[in-house]
Ligand binder design. Structure first.
Ligand SMILES: [Mn+2]
Length: 259
């Protein structure tokens, strides 16, 4: 896609709405909505790169309560002609067709490549990529299994959502502590990006999941961007057709890991 002059591509991820409680989540939701309202002025496309919700499960006729401000703004933006692309995260992979039908939003479960003005983007939430983490990869397989999903779906929502709440709390280790950069050789998504680079040209790898904003130079022509989160850092990436920049909406730019 060729961007019209002055138009930009925005990327953001890891809102974890619903956590840690309704009040705190609502505060972040309002901020996200404000951000989206600002960027729609010059956005050509918006990528939402997973973990929008701390937990999401769609029943056949029922979706989780809440999040109406975000979903309303989302619909408004898409209806105005700005596409929003959604990559599911490990916290909200249990999507069915609500986002596609109600919000006219493509939903991706795997990494995907996009081209804007000759720049190649490789985008994914980032969970389960790279070496190791075999326990999680097995769990993800189970979560993606249609029979397991069906089994969960026939539980009464009170039981299902209760279970989900328990597990999503557990998977966060109780709370979102501040993450630290483990070094280029120990960051799985850097390892993964380097492997992909052996096979094809990618200018920007864009992931979420890590909850740490990272802008890391992989080679002269390739960078790994981690979008951070909207829990602590409120970070997003913006591509203006030539340059990609990682920034914090709340002025926490000095927290971005640059390497
Ligand atoms: Mn996350």
């Amino acid at each position: 896609m060729q961007l019209p002059p002055g138009k930009k591509v925005y990327f953001l991820s890891d809102f974890h709405l619903g956590a840690p409680n309704h009040e705190k989540s609502l505060e972040r939701e309002r901020l996200i909505v404000r951000f989206l309202e600002e960027v729609r002025k010059d956005a050509a496309v918006i990528f939402i790169v997973g973990d929008v919700f701390d937990f999401w499960y769609e029943y056949k006729h029922v979706v989780p309560k809440g999040y109406v401000r975000l979903l309303g703004k989302w619909a408004e933006i898409v209806d105005s002609g700005i596409p929003i692309h959604f990559f599911v995260g490990n916290h909200d992979m249990w999507m069915k067709d609500y986002f596609q039908k109600e919000l006219n939003t493509p939903v991706y479960y795997e990494a995907r490549d996009f081209t804007f003005n000759n720049a190649q983007f490789h985008i994914a939430h980032g969970d389960g990529l790279g070496p190791g983490d075999h326990g999680y990869k097995a769990l993800k397989k189970l979560f993606r299994n249609p029979i397991a999903q069906w089994g969960f779906g026939i539980l009464p929502p009170r039981v299902g959502m209760g279970l989900a709440d328990y597990f999503s709390r557990k998977s966060r280790g109780g709370d979102h502590g501040e993450e630290v950069f483990h070094g280029a050789d120990n960051e799985w998504l850097i390892t993964y990006s380097r492997e992909v680079l052996q096979q094809k040209k990618v200018d920007y790898f864009v992931f979420g999941h890590r909850h740490l904003p990272i802008d890391f130079r992989l080679s002269d022509s390739s960078r790994y961007i981690n979008l951070g989160d909207w829990v602590i850092y409120f970070t997003y990436a913006v591509f203006d057709g030539e340059q990609l920049e990682l920034k914090s909406y709340t002025g926490m730019d000095e927290k971005i890991v640059r390497g």
